[in-house]
Structures are given as structure tokens and as C-alpha cells.
Design a protein around this ligand. Sequence first.
Ligand code: HAM
Length: 423
Amino acid sequence: MAKPSFSTPLGMVDILPEETPSWRALEQIIHEEAAKFNFQEIRTPILEPTELIRRGVGQLTDIVTKEIFAFKKGDTHYVLRPELTAPVVRSYVQHHLDQRGGIQKLYYIGPMFRAERPQKGRQRQFHQFGLEVIGSADPVADIETIAFMMRVYQRIGIKNFTLKLNSVGDPESRERYKQVLRDYLEPKRSQLSELSQQRLDKNPMRILDSKEPEDQKFIAKAPTIQDYLNEDSSIHFEQVKCGLESLDIAFEIDPHLVRGMDYYTRTAFELSSPILGSQDALAGGGRYDLLVEEIGGKPTPAVGFAAGMERLLIACEKLNVSLAKKSALDIYIVSLGEDARNWALSILPELRTHSLSASMDYTGKSMRAQMKEANRELSRFTLIVGENELSTGTFILRNMTESNEVAISASEIVSNVLAYKKS
Ligand code: HAM
């Protein structure tokens, strides 16, 4: 019979032990920077009701029409969360976080799921870190959101990026602009791509996001929303731009930036990097002043962003930025024979109590093989234990980094290793 053979689902990857230190270092940086901004962490379920994502992200978006992993259990329809803005808003409404006073500044780190065609930088399970600032319409909230996003990349040392900025207007500005855009595109309908023809009826602004070659010449000459922003949206946009300038955050205005979810109002932004190739978006976000109400809460303005963690790590790799190394082991106990193994097992807890990392052989290998393993684990010290050492009470502690050794008693092991670590 053929051996069973399993692998990860398409577009999903294992994060292997040699990769987890970088992930943990990145997570640590995000937590530290979030603490400096006084943001609180929120964790929500991996599954959400399908209807929440449909309403929140938008019925006609690619995410909802093509990319959600959905299933039914009993009478309930669920999806694996494709993003966290709608779920965080759901949590805000469900737990009446507005009643806690003040603005909710919530950040998150976690896996998302989208059934996209996998390629480098585009997975079906990927990770985001992000932030949602709920309860403020002030441009300061937009500026702080962008500043936090930029701060994480700056701290890591990634500089090769462009911040694109746009205002997609409030509903009033947008309705006006959509009509102008429709009037401009309608006479060209038959020359547009099939997808853009469909979008012309339902959501013409999404045409600006089209990658289809036949649409490009029309997009390039299309009227831009900036000319149709009402006074409020226009002032808000100016204030966001001024705030970013005052923080020395460089940006480019991209009047065609519309983003892939329906919830955006006013500020929209995207951070992209040419070093990532075709999947060049590192992060994206914007303001979503109507979503809280859409999901059942009171009218509440909000702004946020999310960043792809795999893409950030790809950028680090390309730029030779190392986030973390495998941590070295402090001491490996080489034991020969049954009694020595039992002794080694009994001494490990004391070493660990003193915050030393300590390990031993689990398989009864030869001394040579155990030394080899100690080397592979980058152990700073080895302690050799055999019948002779147990009867004399004297052990050889070998410093693997400096290639020297001392003979010591059992009670001196901890102090010797600690003294070396401190020096
Ligand atoms: P998004 O632009 O869909 O926005 O995703 C944010 C980031 O997640 C992207 O810029 C990209 O780095 C990463 N990403 C998206 N899809 C994939 C994928 N299939 N594989 C790898 N990485 C991916 C949002 O998700 C919004 N919720 C952002 C937001 C928060 N807006 C307001 N608040």
C-alpha cells in the first residue's frame, strides 16, 4: 500500500523553527512600538459570521465574491476572516467599547485567509499586524495611524518604499464623482475590459484600480476625485497632508488609489515597495467613517491600517536585514550510561531555575554524537558526565566558544556558567 503523503493546503505554509525567531522578533517590535503609542491589543476569533464580512467588506468586492473561505455548520454560515477591520468593529459594537469613554486604539497581529492565486508574497493564509482607531474624525487620528505604520518599518530598517495617499471623499463627494466618472467612461464602455464594464454599473471607482491593459489609457485621462471633494473632505485631506509633512513622512498623492474594500471614506493610503516585485503592497489602510453604523453601532468615525507580515519579512530578506538569530544554548549535558543520564535529567531543573537554557541527549547516542549535537545547538558549554565523574564528584565543564575546560564540582556548575554569561 502506498505511504500516506500530506502537505499544507495550497497557498498555506509552515513557519519552521529556523524562521520563528524572526517572527517573534517582529511581533516583539510591534508590541513595543504599540505600547509607545498607547495602543491596546485585541484578539478576535479566526471565524466570523459570513454576513459580517459581506456587509463590512462589501458584497461586490473581490474578497467577498471570490476569496472567502466559507462553510456552514448547523444553520450558521462562517468565513475564515479575510481581514480584521470588520471583526474589530464587530467586537467594538458587541462589547459597547464606546461606553468605556475615549477613543479605542486597538492593534492586532494574526492570520488572515483569502483564497487568492498563490505566488511569492501572496498566500491563502497570511499574517497581518494592524491598528484601528475608533471614535475620532480628527486628522490627528489618521496621522498617528500612518506614523505608527511607518515607525515599525523605520525601526526595522526598511526604507525602500513609497507611501501613496488619496482621499476617496465622503459619501456626498463620492456620489458626485461617481456620476462624473460614469459620464466619462460610458461612451468608452465597449472598449473597457469585461470586469470594468461590470464595475461601471456597480462601482465605477473600482475601475481606477484595474490592472487590465485595455483600461489604462482611459484611467490615465479620467477625472480625479480631488476636483469633486466637498469642503469638509477637502479640508480634512489638507490637514492630513500637513500633519504628515510636519512629521517628515514623505508621501505621493495618487488620485487613482481606491483600495479593495467598500468601507473607505476620505483618507486612503498604501505603502508599496519595488523590491517586492508584483505583490508590492506592504501595507494599506484608510478612514472608514460609516462602518461602525453599517455593522449595527452608532455613527462613529474610524481609521486604520493593516500590514502584511510575510511581505515585511521578504523585504528584510532582500535587504539583508536580520531580525533575530537562533538563540544559543547555555549548556548541553553529555551523559554516558544509565546513571549519568538520570543524573543529567535531575540537574536540568536547577539550571533552568537560574534562567539558563539547558538540554541533554534523549536517545542514548555516543559521546561523539552528543558533542556533535551540542555543537549544532551552538551550546556555549558542555558538561561531561560518566561513571567516573559520578563516583569522584568532579565534572569537566567545557567552554565550547573558547575551547578550554575546567574540572568542577556539581555545586559549581551554575555559578561558572552564569559568571561566563555575565562577563
Ligand atoms: P489590505 O490592503 O487588503 O487591507 O491588506 C493589508 C496588507 O495585507 C496588504 O498590503 C498586504 O501586505 C497584506 N496582504 C493582503 N493579502 C495578502 C495575501 N494574500 N498574502 C500576503 N499578504 C497579503 C486590509 O486588510 C484592511 N483591513 C486594512 C485596514 C485596516 N483598513 C482600515 N483598517
